[in-house]
Write a protein of this length. Structure first.
Length: 637
């Protein structure tokens, strides 16, 4: 019994020890896996969820989180654009909430309107074109436009620059024009590049556009900055009792009431919004003609030379009642007439009367379209399921329209956010011409040299055992005592003296022989049976044949380890590769990834780290069996 008891105690202690070892291994694995999962999760981030740290990205299962990311990308990471378009008071995308009950009938009417009216391109902006906060990200529509242009011009950025009159240094600096056509000093470009972009813009689906809202712009860019203390300050100035900014509406024409409300409207139309959104009554034509006559000294010839026209008199010049020209003397003359121009000789001021100006934008055009279709507000409310008390309460239902589209294609949006940072990194590397090619050539030659030079040196030391073998081994071991950074400057100077910079020679020669690899191989070769060499010599085998068919054949496991080490060293070489190959055409992947990381947000950085680790992982998986033999065989011997 005592013997059985002792055996039981030993068994228990052994089981406890094994359990403890498994527990330690489990904790160790968690400490390795958890950071990796954070890295994977972080590779899907954009600006809105950068402050968060989750193993599983919330947007994969939380509809609200996905909606916030979607809205951030949709409005090109510009909160002001969202607030102006939707006319909502939200500090940022992180505080945005899903609208509980979007109106599908009103959204359908909006789609019918914008599809039937065929509004010009400057009435709207396209979603997913910029990522100014996330930095470095290439959103889906920019990616699509970039690939269209690349396919059209055969991937030649120089040809793009030549034909479209652009100055892109490379494909990774490809971008579209900034678009906010409501601002006074904004312009609609007319270059071949602008026309190429406008063509793409008009081909985008209606659900991927957001139309500029003058009423929202009036609040966001004029009222709120003018009254920074909020709606209370506005109420005090205007003698009103508004609860929120949404109760304040922009009228199409000047308010009938006098006072500060009229001053705000007049200041807005004359100084804030761009004149392309303004129209005037025909009755201002005589004053406009008098203004031009005074401005051009009553000489129609001067005006014709400036305008490129052939008017016979000033009374033939029509008022610009429709679309204002974007550039030229006609545009500047009209803007001066809008803001007021004083004749220096007579002192007379020429200025459009406020009551003759009105705003023509999608807000008022949509209301007019509904009023024309339904006749009266009661009928419109009954058909659309709304309860508007006045026509000016109707705003373009873009929030409802975009929300319904979001719900219909959530899976596609999730897929886009999962892959877009990775696609950005891949696009960056592929569009950088020789980066992949240089890396493949560099790594291949490095592995080849490591499997030729190092085994030859180790074979000579092991087979012939020269008297200075141990001194040589000591020297080889000493090379491991100094970090590679110490030898970078001398190596650079030598390569420069031999005119080898910016070439594969500069990348490969400094690492042609490796002291640790020679030391390791020499030890492995010493362990091989000497009888094999004696038998081969007696059979008349040459030294090269002995080296190739016996030594190298039996050394496959250790050679696999050497090859993996050479690959990881070459693939991860950044500083030395950048130092000796400063010409971008000779850069490998690592310098480009470093450059990308310096100009990118967290999501792109994490994605680049994961992509950079893939080749090493694949090499290890493919060579796993051979490498494991390299570990096990020496132990068994």
């Amino acid at each position: 019994m005592p013997i059985i008891s002792k055996i039981g105690k030993r068994s228990f202690h052994t089981s406890l020890l094994i359990a403890g070892m498994y527990a330690i291994l489990f904790v160790g694995s968690v400490t390795m896996v958890y950071p990796f999962l954070l890295l994977v999760s972080g590779s899907t981030k954009s600006a809105v969820d950068t402050p968060d740290s989750y193993v599983v990205p919330p947007f994969l299962y939380d509809e609200t989180q996905l909606y916030r990311k979607h809205m951030e990308g949709f409005f090109n990471e510009t909160t002001e654009a969202m607030r102006s378009c939707y006319q909502i008071e939200v500090p940022g995308f992180r505080m945005l909430e899903l609208k509980k009950s979007p109106n599908p009938r009103l959204a359908a009417e909006w789609e019918n309107y914008i599809s039937s009216e065929k509004l010009p391109h400057y009435f709207f902006a396209v979603s997913y074109l910029e990522a100014t906060v996330s930095r470095g990200v290439i959103p889906c529509n920019l990616r699509m436009f970039k690939h269209e242009v690349s396919d059209k011009f055969g991937g030649d950025i120089n040809k793009v620059n030549s034909e479209l009159k652009t100055q892109f240094p490379d494909w990774n600096n490809f971008h579209v024009p900034k678009e906010n056509y409501l601002l006074k000093y904004s312009s609609v470009g007319t270059s071949p590049w602008d026309q190429e972009y406008f063509k793409f813009k008009m081909s985008t689906p209606l659900s991927q556009r957001y139309y500029f809202n003058t009423e929202g712009f009036f609040r966001e860019m004029f009222l709120i900055p003018q009254y920074p203390k909020g709606i209370k300050q506005y109420n005090e100035a205007h003698k009103t009792n508004c609860v929120s900014w949404k109760e304040i509406h922009l009228t199409q024409r000047a308010p009938t009431s006098s006072g500060i409300e009229l001053q705000d409207w007049e200041n807005f139309v004359r100084n804030i919004i761009h004149p392309r959104w303004l129209r005037v009554d025909r009755k201002v034509e005589p004053m406009y003609q008098e203004y031009l006559k005074s401005r051009y000294l009553n000489d129609i010839g001067i005006l014709n030379s400036k305008y490129g026209t052939s008017y016979k008199g000033f009374d033939q010049i029509p008022t610009i009642a429709d679309v204002l020209p974007e550039f030229g003397i006609v545009s500047s003359d009209w803007i001066a007439f809008l803001q007021g121009w004083t004749d220096p000789d007579s002192g007379r001021e020429y200025k459009i009367l406020t009551e003759n100006i009105y705003i023509e934008s999608v807000d008022f055009m949509f209301r007019d379209w509904l009023e024309k279709k339904y006749g009266n507000l009661e009928k419109a409310n009954a058909s659309l399921g709304t309860a508007f008390k006045a026509w000016d309460e109707i705003i373009p239902p873009q929030q409802d329209y975009h929300l319904l589209d979001f719900k219909n294609r959530k899976n596609g949006i999730i897929t886009e956010f999962v892959k877009r940072n990775f696609l950005t990194v891949i696009d960056y590397l592929v569009m950088h011409g020789r980066a992949l090619f240089n890396t493949v050539i560099y790594c291949s030659l490095t592995i080849l040299c490591a499997l030729v030079v190092n085994p030859l040196a180790a074979y000579a030391l092991s087979r012939y055992r020269p008297p200075s073998t141990y001194k040589i081994l000591l020297f080889l071991m000493l090379t491991m005592a100094f970090p590679p950074v110490v030898t970078q400057i001398p190596t650079f100077l030598y390569l420069r003296e031999f005119n080898l910079l910016n070439s594969f020679y500069a990348l490969i020669l400094p690492g042609l022989a490796n002291g640790y690899s020679i030391f390791l191989l020499k030890g492995f070769f010493d362990s091989l049976p000497q009888e094999l060499y004696e038998s081969a010599s007696l059979d008349g085998a040459s030294e090269f044949r002995i080296f190739l068919q016996i030594t190298m054949s039996l050394s496959k496991p250790i050679l696999a380890v050497i090859a993996l080490s050479a690959f990881t060293s070459a693939y991860g070489n950044f500083m030395m590769a950048l130092l000796v190959c400063q010409d971008r055409s000779m850069w490998t992947i690592m310098p480009f990834l470093f450059e990308l990381q310096q100009n990118s947000g967290q999501g792109v950085v994490f994605a680049s780290l994961l992509i950079a680790s893939v080749p090493t992982l694949l090499i290890f998986i493919l060579c796993q069996n051979v490498i494991m033999k390299g570990i096990v065989v020496p132990v068994e011997k």
